[in-house]
Design a protein around this ligand. Structure first.
Ligand code: NAD
Ligand code: FE2
Length: 432
C-alpha cells in the first residue's frame, strides 16, 4: 500500500511531467487540480521538486550572426528556403543584407512578406498555400513573434492536412507529422517565439487569440543577432521588452517554477531592468540591444518550462476582443496583476524588486514585495506605455468577453494565487 508521502511524490512527478510539456497540445493538463497539487509546498527550499527541463533549440548568438543563415540551411540539407517576414522588416537594410548573404552563398530562397501582426488565421492559411507552391523544404522566420508564429504554423501545415483553424486549442486536429525545419531570426526582443512550441493565431470569427502548441513546432535553430534589432522603433522596443519581463515574472512566480526556470527568469528580470531604458532611448546601442535579445531568449526558455499566469491570460483574451497588441496589453496589466499576486509569494516578489534595482534590505517582506510593483510602474512610465485600458481602445462593454476568455486560459491554474471572476474583474477595473 502506498503511504501518503509516496502518493504525494507521485502526484508531484506526474504534475512536473505534465507541465514540462505545457506546450504539447496533447499532454497539457486542463486548468485545474494538477496546477495546484503542491500549492502548500511551493517556495524556496520547502521541498525539493522533481522537474523536467526542455530547451531543444540550437542557439547561435552574435553580432552579425544572421549572415550565417545559409550554413544553417545547409546543415539541414535544404534545397530552397522560404523566408517569412513582414512588410516593415522586409524594407530594412538588415533584411536586404540577409538576403544578399543567402544569394552570395548560393542558397536558393523565396521571400514571403504578406504576414500581419498578431496573425489572423486566414493570413496563415494563405502563407501556407504560398509555401506549398514554392517547392521550399525549409522555413526561415525573420521578424517579431508574429512572423515567427506564422512561420511555425505554415511549416506544420506543409506536412499536415487542413487549415490552421483546425489545430488551434480545442480544435479537431492535432499535429501528427513533423513540420518542415524552422530557423528563427528574431527582430524584436520580447516574444521569445524563437525557442517556444507555441504559435499564437487569431480566430477572426470567434474574436479570440488561440495557440497551436506542440513540441514539434519549436524552431530547430534560433539565430539571435542584435544587429537585426536596431531598426526597432521605441514603442515596439518598449512593448516587446515588457513582454519579455512579463514572461520572466510570471514564470518565476508560477506554481510550476523549478530551479532551472527560476535561474533563467532571474537573469531575464535583471537584464531587462538594466537595459530596456537604454534600448528604448537609443536604438543604436548595440550593448543594450544584445542584452535585451538575450533577455527575450532566456525569458522564453524560462516560461516554456515554468509556465505563465494571469497577465497573459487577460492580455491574450483582450488581444482577440479589443485588438490590443500583446506587449502593450501585458505591460499595462502587469503592475495590476502583480499587486494582486504579491501575497501569493512575497519572497519571490521581493526578489523581483531587488533584481529590478529596488533597495529591499532590512524591509519587512511585505514592503519589499510591494516594491516590485513600484519598479514595474516606473519602467512603464519611462517607456511611455499607455497608462490605461481606455487609452488602448478597450471599452467596459468588452469586459464580459475578456473575462470569459481569461477564465478559459489554461495557465491560470498555475498563477501564484487562485483568481476568481471577481478578482479578474477587479483587475480590469483597476487597469481601466
Ligand atoms: N509563440 C510564442 O511563444 C509567443 C510568445 C509571446 C508572444 N507571442 C505572439 O507574438 C506576437 C507579437 O510579437 P512581437 O511582440 O514580437 O511583435 P510583432 O512581430 O507583432 O511586431 C510588431 C511590429 O513591430 C515591427 N517590427 C518588428 N521588428 C522590427 C524591427 N527590427 N524593425 C522595425 N520594425 C519592427 C513589425 O513590423 C510590427 O509592425 C503576438 O501575436 C503574440 O501573441 C508569441
Ligand atoms: Fe508574451
Amino acid at each position: 500500500m502506498q503511504t501518503n508521502s509516496a502518493k504525494a511524490l507521485w502526484i508531484q512527478v506526474i504534475r512536473s511531467a505534465f507541465f514540462a510539456f505545457v506546450g504539447t497540445g496533447r499532454l497539457s493538463p486542463s486548468p485545474g487540480a494538477a496546477g495546484r497539487a503542491d500549492a502548500g509546498t511551493k517556495g524556496a527550499g520547502k521541498l525539493m521538486k522533481d522537474f523536467i527541463f526542455k530547451m531543444p533549440t540550437r542557439v547561435i548568438f552574435g553580432v552579425g550572426a544572421a549572415a550565417r543563415l545559409h550554413e544553417v540551411c545547409r546543415s539541414f540539407g535544404a534545397k530552397k528556403v522560404f523566408v517569412v517576414s513582414d512588410k516593415i522588416i522586409g524594407a530594412t537594410e538588415e533584411f536586404k543584407k540577409l538576403l544578399a548573404a543567402l544569394e552570395k552563398n548560393g542558397m536558393p530562397f523565396e521571400v514571403y512578406t504578406d504576414t500581419l501582426p498578431e496573425p489572423p488565421a486566414p493570413t496563415v492559411d494563405a502563407a501556407a498555400a504560398a509555401l506549398k507552391a514554392s517547392g521550399c523544404d525549409m522555413v526561415a522566420a525573420v521578424g517579431g513573434g508574429s512572423p515567427i508564429d506564422t512561420a511555425k504554423a505554415i511549416a506544420m501545415l506543409a506536412t499536415n492536412p487542413g487549415g490552421i483553424g483546425e489545430y488551434l486549442f480545442g480544435g479537431s486536429r492535432t499535429v501528427e507529422n513533423p513540420p518542415l525545419p524552422v530557423v528563427a531570426i528574431p527582430t524584436t526582443a520580447g516574444s521569445g517565439s524563437e525557442v517556444t512550441g507555441a504559435s499564437v493565431i487569431e480566430d477572426v470569427e470567434k474574436h479570440v487569440k488561440l495557440s497551436v502548441t506542440h513540441d514539434s513546432l519549436i524552431p530547430r535553430v534560433a539565430i539571435v543577432d542584435p544587429l537585426m534589432h536596431r531598426s526597432m522603433p521605441g514603442p515596439v522596443t518598449a512593448a516587446t521588452g515588457m513582454d519579455a519581463l512579463t514572461h520572466a515574472i510570471e514564470a518565476y512566480t508560477s506554481l510550476n517554477a523549478n530551479p532551472m526556470s527560476d535561474a533563467l527568469a532571474r537573469q531575464t528580470i535583471r537584464l531587462v531592468g538594466e537595459n530596456i531604458r537604454a534600448a528604448f532611448s537609443n536604438p543604436a546601442d548595440l550593448e543594450a540591444r544584445g542584452n535585451m535579445a538575450l533577455a527575450s531568449l532566456l525569458g522564453a526558455a524560462s516560461f516554456v518550462n515554468g509556465g505563465l499566469g494571469a497577465v497573459h491570460g487577460i492580455s491574450q483574451s483582450m488581444g482577440g476582443v479589443a485588438h490590443v497588441s500583446h506587449g502593450v496589453g501585458n505591460a499595462l496589466l502587469l503592475p495590476h496583476v502583480m499587486e494582486r499576486n504579491c501575497v501569493g509569494n512575497l519572497k519571490k516578489f521581493a526578489d523581483i524588486a531587488g533584481l529590478l534595482g529596488e533597495k529591499t534590505e532590512g524591509l519587512p517582506l511585505r514592503e519589499a514585495a510591494e516594491l516590485s510593483v513600484k519598479a514595474v510602474r516606473s519602467l512603464n512610465r519611462d517607456l511611455q506605455i499607455p497608462p490605461s485600458l481606455r487609452e488602448v481602445g478597450v471599452a467596459r462593454e468588452m469586459f464580459p468577453a475578456i473575462l470569459k476568455g481569461t477564465m478559459a486560459y489554461r495557465m491560470l491554474a498555475i498563477n501564484p494565487c487562485v483568481l476568481t471572476e471577481r478578482d479578474v474583474s477587479a483587475i480590469l477595473e483597476a487597469a481601466y
